[in-house]
Design a protein around this ligand. Structure first.
Ligand code: G6P
Length: 607
């Protein structure tokens, strides 16, 4: 979604902003722009397309010590240069970039038009510079505060005024904004990736806060102009983790990083002495955990699939009824909240609007909601009642990969902990701990199938439709495999329970529609083999992912990829990784933009 970056300090801001915008590309966008303040004027340049297209039209002479930049993901108004940000007021002295949606912009615009203000774009955001200019009396921060009192909706904004040298005013309500504290320079951005090249000292803004930045420091106030004291946090990862490090793209790097990212997630969270899981951040006593009678998980996209794996595990391992639901559905369905139900909000970014609002709705009803988040300091991480950071490291590719395996790793540790408080024996617990400890290595072995999977992708990537089929714990993995393929290759794909195809999807089977079967060596293997035969009888091509040495499966399938032998409980880790590779290689073969697929955003901050 949209991204913001701002800089004030001794250096030329133009290059810093363009580089910062480049780092925000991963969020998904369709146009970009920047506004530079110099000698009492504002110069703005905006362009549809990629950052390199913007870079190409930025005049080499454009320089100044203070500026703001933006990547736009269109909501109100088409993808045009005029609709791109920054937006300026009529005098051209105030420039504003905005993330979020101004819900009452129609009313505000009508009022401003009646006052004689002329609008040039179709966006909701353009009301902001005009409204700020309406209130402006020589103090940008004051004018921003007055303007925002009139606004309904969500925003993260950065504004500059031509007459207030080296000053940026930012404000947050529902759309993240972070201040970067440098040495004699200050930055403002929608996420830390845009500023990590300059500083690791950051201050996370809360809803309702307004910040005024100058090269020497910042002053944070609330909407009523009351000073707010803020803590400076240190970002724990470095620039390398947001570089491609020799891989062709971020998605490939993130797929191959999984042996390490899973190990990071589980580090310190498995206790061999007591054969249990250890999750300190839950903020719950053992007695409170013992009183949990039900678990409900809310999430979107890939995180929802991780929730489906988590729910099955919690139910089968810990014997606690559990379910996973779309955040966007839960929020509006007037769900029943019971005091002995524990909720999880699962989210890589920690900013997904659907999940955030679902969490707030649950909390409003009195629920205890824990977060499983990857991004440290994100809104959901801060507003939840406790939770677990996945520590997968920054995930840059829009299609989520390592975040998924880390999210399920958290659920494996949680299910173990809950089971060991109930009826799981010490020896079963120890076996489980050992199984989990071996996952990283087994994922590493699975990744060695890359060439085989690439060859399969080459052969089948021109198919119009794909089916992904699995049962039990492999059913959510099939859903995730289908999602990955459609997200980045744009091939239509359906994930289904293999047992359900006879109730409908089998009508789609023909010689041109490949079915991807997840058929590892587990208690449902025979059943899935029967489902494969049903497809085979209708001449459907079969790509099977099976346990090494399974000749029976290899004889039925047209293509077989073998995964290492492992306890059936842990197979989701080993099956999702080759599906990520399959999607990746199909997209590569079809020449798609793997890291930034069309129409998608990494962090969806609108409903
Ligand atoms: C977007 C991304 C998906 C992601 C979903 C949920 O749609 O493109 O990859 O799974 O949001 O994101 P979250 O950050 O909440 O996990």
């Amino acid at each position: 979604m949209c991204g913001i970056v701002g800089y004030c300090g001794p250096k030329n801001s133009t290059g810093i902003l363009l580089d910062g915008l480049k780092r925000l590309e991963y969020r998904g966008y369709d146009s970009a722009g920047l506004a530079i303040q110099r000698s009492g004027t504002i110069s703005a340049v905006k362009k549809t397309g990629k950052i390199q297209d913007l870079r190409a039209v930025v005049p080499p002479t454009l320089a100044g010590n203070c500026g703001i930049g933006h990547t736009r993901w269109a909501t109100h108004g088409g993808v045009t240069d005029l609709n791109a940000h920054p937006h300026l007021d009529a005098s051209g002295k105030i420039a504003v970039v905005h993330n979020g949606i101004i819900e009452n912009y129609v009313q505000l615009k009508a009022r401003l038009v009646a006052e004689g203000f002329v609008f040039v774009s179709e966006t909701d955001s353009e009301v902001l510079p005009h409204l700020i200019s309406y209130y402006y009396e020589g103090d940008l921060e004051k004018a921003v505060r007055s303007a925002l009192r009139q606004v309904k909706g969500t925003y993260g904004i950065a504004a500059v005024h031509a007459d207030e040298a080296d000053r940026i005013v930012g404000a947050r309500y529902g759309s993240p904004l972070v201040v970067g504290v440098g040495d004699g320079e200050m930055l403002l951005a929608s996420d830390v990736t845009a500023m990590i090249a300059h500083t690791k000292q950051v201050v996370y803004m809360e809803d309702g806060e307004i910040v005024s930045l100058t090269p020497d420091g910042f002053v944070m106030t609330d909407i009523h102009d009351k000073k707010v004291n803020k803590k400076v946090d240190e970002v724990t990862w470095d620039l390398d983790s947001i570089e491609k490090e020799g891989f062709a793209c971020f998605m490939e790097k993130e797929i191959f990083e999984q042996p390490d990212s899973i190990a990071r997630t589980l580090s310190g969270r498995l206790d061999a002495e007591y054969a249990t899981g250890k999750l300190g951040g839950l903020n719950m006593t053992s007695r409170e955990l013992l009183a949990v009678k039900r678990v409900k998980i809310v999430a979107s996209g890939t995180s929802w699939h991780a929730g489906l794996v988590g729910a099955q595990l919690i139910e089968s391992v810990a014997r606690i009824p559990a379910a996973s639901e779309f955040s966007s559905e839960l929020r509006y369905r007037n769900s029943v909240v019971e005091s002995d139900t524990l909720y999880f909000a699962v989210t890589q970014s920690g900013e997904t609007a659907d999940t955030l609002y679902a969490m707030r709705e649950l909390k409003r009803k009195g629920a205890r909601v824990l977060g499983i988040c990857n991004v440290v300091g994100s809104t959901i991480a801060r507003e939840s009642d406790g939770g677990v950071y996945t520590h997968a490291g920054p995930e840059i590719a829009v299609a989520s990969t390592k975040a998924f395996t880390s999210q399920i790793a958290v659920f494996y540790a949680f299910a173990l902990m809950m089971a060991r408080m109930r009826d799981m024996s010490f020896s079963a617990g120890l076996k489980y701990v050992k199984g989990l400890q071996s996952i990283g290595e087994k994922v590493g072995e699975t990744l060695k199938q890359r060439d085989r999977i690439q060859a399969i992708a080459k052969k089948y990537c021109h198919a119009r439709d794909f089916l992904f089929l699995g049962r039990g714990l492999e059913y959510p993995v099939a859903l995730e495999g289908a999602l990955k393929l459609k997200e980045i290759s744009y091939i239509h794909a359906e994930g289904y329970s293999a047992g359900e195809i006879k109730h409908g999807p089998i009508a789609l089977i023909n010689e041109e529609t490949p079915s991807v079967f997840l058929v590892p060596d587990d208690s449902l293997r025979e059943k899935v083999i029967s489902n494969m035969k049903e497809v085979k009888a209708r001449k459907g091509p079969i790509i099977a992912f099976a346990t090494e040495g399974d000749q029976e499966v290899a004889e039925i399938a047209d293509e077989t990829v073998f995964i290492p032998k492992i306890d059936e409980l842990f197979q989701p880790f080993l099956l999702v990784v080759p599906l990520q590779l399959l999607a990746y290689f199909c997209a590569l073969e079809l020449g798609r933009d793997v890291d930034q697929p069309r129409n998608l955003a990494k962090s969806v901050t609108v409903e």
